[in-house]
Design a protein around this ligand. Sequence first.
Ligand code: TXA
Ligand code: MG
Length: 318
Amino acid sequence: MIVPASDQWIARGAEALRRGELVAFPTETVYGLGADATNGLAVAAIFELKGRPSFNPLIVHVSDTGRAERYGVLTDTAKRLAEIFWPGALTLVVAKQNDSGIADLTTAGLNTIALRVPNHPVAQALLERTSLPLAAPSANRSGHVSPTLAQHVQDDLGDGPAMILDGGPTVQGIESTVVDITGERPALLRPGAVPREAIEDVLGMALVSATREGKPASPGQLESHYAPRAKLRLNAKQVEAGEGLLAFGPDAPAGASQVINLSPNGDLRQAAANLFRALRELDASGVEAIAAMPIPHDGLGEAINDRLRKAAANPEES
Ligand code: TXA
Ligand code: MG
């Protein structure tokens, strides 16, 4: 439902977000599909609604640099860029604060977080009203182009979001530029609305280039996804000696030294919300190997299986 971005509707949008619902809102780049970034189930609903076949880490939107520091560690380089480009169309990937409270699914299990302070009055008002960090990818179905009008969001996502706040056409029309400053050299992960040269001018150095998938051109700097230390065995129907069990549904086999059930009643949204924490905890328990039960491939199952496959693969290949 498209609604005007009035104070009243923004207040209702903020309430919906606090309840774990999704709200589409305008930014200066494109419309975002927002959810409370601290609520794993809400973030799972984003992936479900977008129909994404994989979990990629999402950008966390905050109202100002002070808020950003609650969730990410801003180095001197980060602060310099933030001072010049925030609020605005630059997203900074930085180390995640230990006690950030950000859901693991938001950052796809990584120890880093992508932060952005949007330069749009509606986005700002919503962030201030909620006091929440908002995970927000572009508000389109996976594989479609990013929406620059409320009507585009409606066409793509229908009544999936609790509401679509209409702030008119977005000014920039392309997504934010994503720069990773966790490596030795700052890296351009995604070209976007802020030109590379403008960032390089502020830094006084060239940005390392990365491919579109977020992998650096010079390898060994950035982890592209979370991978457990323990060996992961997929589609396991039984548990072998020494294995921990990543279970799903009510019929978990017995015999594992450690068991984490992604969703005892077989709910894929809950499983998605628990996935990365479960992998981390099983890994930390010291088991040699993790047996992962089969996950149905429909809905969010496709993205869960994609992540499990990548986590099971040799890190060099994935
Ligand atoms: O303009 C924009 O940035 C829009 C509006 C709504 O703000 N948002 C947007 O969000 O495009 P999203 O979540 O679709 O963008 C995610 C991008 C991807 O390229 C992703 O790989 C990268 O940010 N990213 C997010 N977290 C990351 C992390 N921890 N490490 C590396 N890349 C990350
Ligand atoms: Mg997009």
